[in-house]
Design a protein around this ligand. Structure first.
Ligand code: ADP
Length: 835
């Protein structure tokens, strides 16, 4: 894998960025190094020139001192002769005596006295006498220039001297009359200077050379004058230097400095080859160039490596992006497939289920009923799965926009409880809901989706719990900028979830434990749907659990506070039932509440009387006749519960008067207390007008059914009966719980209705025993929109309590169950449920 990748990468074309960065580094480095080297070269040459100038000055000084001593001694001798203190022939011995006393005067050992016409007269080295030297330049010079003192001749191969090459120094000897009496000459072996010059040089490759004005070479340092029997070699650079105007300068290959020998035409020239001077510099330059090269190469390599890395990264990113797009595409395709398949399967499935329900109403053998139950249960399970998939697909595709409406949290929780209570009761479990007392009455959000999440979580809690029950806690934090943070907790006392199974719990199609699927069924979509809904609401969902002890599913969302009066278009329109004008007694201690109820009810055609407490309410009920009482619970003087008890002790018809509690308390215990005192229904504040009118319709219908036993609603007069179904309620239920749950609720409600109706029928000869199943049926059926069943069950309950005849009403109830079943099935069979 790695090799493959490397192979791919190494086959890339040479990276232009790397080359460019190498070039740039190279140029910058070379620029800096060149500037540095130029300066250091200039400094090296300058230093050398100063050194050479110092050397040439010392050499000039040494030469001048040697000549000056010689000149001084000879001049003294010449003066002695001129003044007649010594004779001409005594000059020689006189000087000879000096020569032995001073090393610098050893040249006098090779002295010669020449006559004015140029012939040797005396010589110290045993040279021949009488030799004609009149052609020598110094002889001619003294003959022609009487004013000259010491004359330095050009080096010659001395005819009179055994040493060969010498430089002749000569002085005129003039008598007292100033006439030239002779020439005194010495042959100086300049090679003596070779060693002196060598001693002055600081480096072996430096050079010193003594020349005259005309450029004749007199002496050189020993190193560069190896054979001193020959005249010193004239170096090539000398001519180039002599052609230059400045005495200190640099030729093409040498640095040169010169100093004149004072009192003579001679000068000492010091030189140093540039290549030798710059030897160290060259090392430096090579080192620097190498360093620049290495740095540039390093920079190039680095940028090539980084380029390679970033290309590899880009390739990986491209691959990841392609994979993501592909995954999204396949996810979308999967979602679309699931959605369309689910839809396609759902249509025939509803048909199958509808037919099953119809079949259930036919006379069947017990074996056939068993088979039918199995078909129904499998069908419902399948439909449940399909509906979950549809819902999930829509959520995934973002096709579920969230609503933003004001709603009462109290009412929402009540509805949830009413929906889930039958399931809990059936399993012998408790279901309680505890809302924070500081919760705002109205909040803004999507009540339908919030309810869906709660139903999912509570449903799971009930499903996985066999003892105890499910408790829902709703807590809110401090309001900030009109927004309240809520935490919803659904705690159960069920099987719990081991830690390793909790991780993927909110992923689609995930079951905590496969064995659970077999035991409890389920699609594994409920939590995934809940999670997506909570996330869409801007919240978070989570779970804590202790296996064997129970689980707590929680979610936190933030909801803005809504406006206190929930607008409802139905507040001025009576519910779907045609609600006849009623005489209503409103008992409430808060004037504002009384006004609100009075106005709203009167606007809908009812007559309203008002009581400020329970006592007034009891008094009014005993004096006047009403269709219904709307009773506040908390009131001064006498509360609603006590007032209800008293009303129920009044003689008929007042004792049968429907009483609906209106309370701000959502607690289950409070509601039970109201019902136990004899109230027919409990509604919570703030008032949900739809619900209030529904309730008024339900309780007054039921009262009418029981108060007119002489004229019971006959099967032949179905129009006088309440509608079979409360379509508005069923619609709300569909929105709240979704189509899947609705199907399940309706099926469960019908199963329960059938069972309870059968129970009522079985117990009809024992009115006391009938009260309990009738009460249960009257309590659950209306919650699921089974309106007629609910009303008849309530009537039976009332009649049984009053000890009235029941058989007629029970027959009506059985008929209502069948009719309702048929109507539901018909709606399903078409596949276009209109309820
Ligand atoms: P399903 O529709 O199958 O119940 P969910 O997504 O609602 O799917 O739940 C997924 C799994 O999470 C369940 O099958 C179960 O294993 C586990 N689970 C969910 N809620 C609970 C609970 N309250 N107690 C124990 N296990 C639970």
């Amino acid at each position: 894998m790695w090799m493959r990748r490397w192979g791919k990468l190494s086959s890339w074309p040479p990276c232009p960025v790397a080359a460019l960065s190498t070039l740039i580094t190279l140029l910058i480095g070379a620029g800096i190094v060149a500037a540095f080297l130029t300066e250091s070269r200039r400094q090296a040459l300058n230093a050398s020139q100063h050194e050479l100038a110092a050397i040439s000055r010392s050499a000039g000084g040494v030469t001048q001192r040697a000549l000056a001593t010689l000149d001084l001694v000879v001049t003294i001798a010449a003066e002695e002769f001129r003044q007649g203190h010594i004779r001409l022939d005594e000059v020689f011995p006189w000087l000879h005596a000096y020569a032995s006393s001073d090393k610098q005067l050893r040249a006098l050992d090779d002295a010669i006295l020449i006559t004015p016409d140029g012939r040797t007269a005396q010589a110290t080295s045993g040279a021949a006498i009488g030799v004609d030297l009149s052609d020598r330049d110094y002889v001619r010079h003294h003959q022609e220039h009487p004013g000259t003192r010491m004359f330095i001749g050009r080096p010659v191969n001395a005819r009179t001297h055994p040493k060969g090459w010498v430089v002749p120094l000569s002085w005129p000897l003039r008598g007292p009359d100033g006439v030239l009496a002779g020439i005194f000459g010495v042959a100086v072996e300049w090679k003596l200077y070779a060693d002196i010059f060598s001693g002055l040089l600081l480096r072996p490759d430096q050079r010193l050379i003594l020349i005259d004005k005309a450029g004749n070479v007199y002496a050189r340092d020993a190193m560069h004058w190896p054979d001193r029997t020959l005249p010193p070699e004239r170096p090539l650079w000398l001519d180039e230097w002599l052609a230059r105007p400045s005495p200190h300068s640099v030729t093409s290959s040498f640095v040169v400095a010169a100093s004149a020998v004072p009192g003579t035409d001679l000068q000492v020239v010091a030189a140093h080859r540039i290549d030798d001077i710059l030897q160290d510099w060259w090392h430096q330059a090579c080192g620097a160039a190498g360093a620049v090269g290495v740095v540039a190469l390093g920079a190039g390599l680095l940028s090539w490596w980084r380029q390679r890395q970033s290309m590899a990264l880009r390739q990986a990113l491209r691959a990841a992006e392609a994979a993501r797009v592909e995954a999204e595409r396949s996810e979308l395709a999967k979602g679309q497939f699931l959605a369309s398949m689910s839809h396609e399967i759902r249509t025939p499935m509803t048909g199958v289920l509808g037919m099953t329900e119809l079949l259930a109403n036919e006379p069947l053998t017990s074996r056939q009923q068993e088979v039918l139950r199995a078909i129904r249960s499998s069908g419902q399970h399948l439909l449940h799965i399909i509906n979950d998939i549809l819902d999930f697909s829509r959520l995934e595709a973002g096709e579920v926009p969230l609503e933003q409406v004001d709603f009462s949290l109290v009412k929402l929780l009540e509805d949830v409880r009413a929906l889930m209570l039958p399931q809990a009761t059936e399993r012998g479990l408790v279901l309680t809901i505890d809302l924070d007392e500081y919760s705002p009455p109205v909040v803004r959000g999507d009540p339908t989706r919030l309810q869906q999440v709660l139903i999912n979580l509570i449903g799971n809690g009930l499903k996985f719990t066999s003892h105890g029950g499910v408790r829902v806690f709703v807590r809110c934090g401090a309001t900030q900028g009109g927004i309240v943070p809520f935490r919803f907790e659904v705690r159960d006392t069920g099987i719990g979830i081991p830690e390793e199974n909790r991780r993927n719990l909110f992923q689609a199609f995930t079951q905590a434990d496969q064995t659970i699927t077999r035991r409890f069924g389920g699609t594994g979509l409920g939590l995934a749907i809940s999670q997506r809904l909570v996330t869409a609401m801007g919240g978070e969902i989570g779970v804590t659990s202790q296996p064997g002890k129970g689980s707590t599913f929680f979610f936190e969302i933030r909801l803005p506070i809504g406006s206190i009066l929930i607008p409802s278009k139905s507040s001025r329109v009576p519910s779907s039932l045609s609600l006849r004008p009623l005489r209503i007694l409103v008992a409430d201690d808060v004037a504002l509440n009384r006004d609100l109820l009075q106005v709203s009810l009167e606007q809908n055609g009812h007559r309203v009387l008002l009581a400020e407490n329970g006592e007034q309410a009891v008094a009014l009920v005993s004096q006047d006749s009403f269709d219904v009482v709307l009773m506040d619970v908390q009131m001064p003087v006498m509360d609603g519960v006590e007032a209800t008890r008293r009303i129920r002790m009044l003689p008929p018809p007042a004792r049968r008067l429907p009483i609906v509690a209106l309370t701000a308390n959502v607690m289950e215990a409070e509601q039970q207390r109201c019902l136990a005192a004899g109230m027919n229904r409990v509604l919570t504040k703030p008032i949900d007008w739809d619900r209030l009118f529904d309730t008024l319709a339900a309780v007054t219908e039921a009262a009418a059914a029981t108060s007119e036993p002489a004229n019971p609603v006959a099967a032949s007069e179905p129009r006088q009966l309440a509608a079979l179904l409360d379509r508005q309620r069923i619609d709300r239920l569909r929105k709240t719980a979704g189509p899947t749950k609705l199907e399940q609720f309706l099926t469960d409600a019908m199963t329960s209705a059938r069972a309870l109706a059968a129970e009522v029928e079985r117990l009809q000869d024992d009115p006391e025993a009938v009260v309990q199943p009738a009460h249960r049926l009257a309590g659950t059926a209306p919650s699921f929109g089974l309106l007629r069943i609910g009303i008849l069950a309530r009537a039976i309950e009332q009649a049984a309590t009053d000890g009235q005849k029941l058989d007629e009403m029970i027959a009506q109830l059985q008929q209502a169950v069948r009719d309702t079943q048929a109507e539901l099935a018909a709606a399903e069979v078409t596949g276009k449920r209109t309820i």
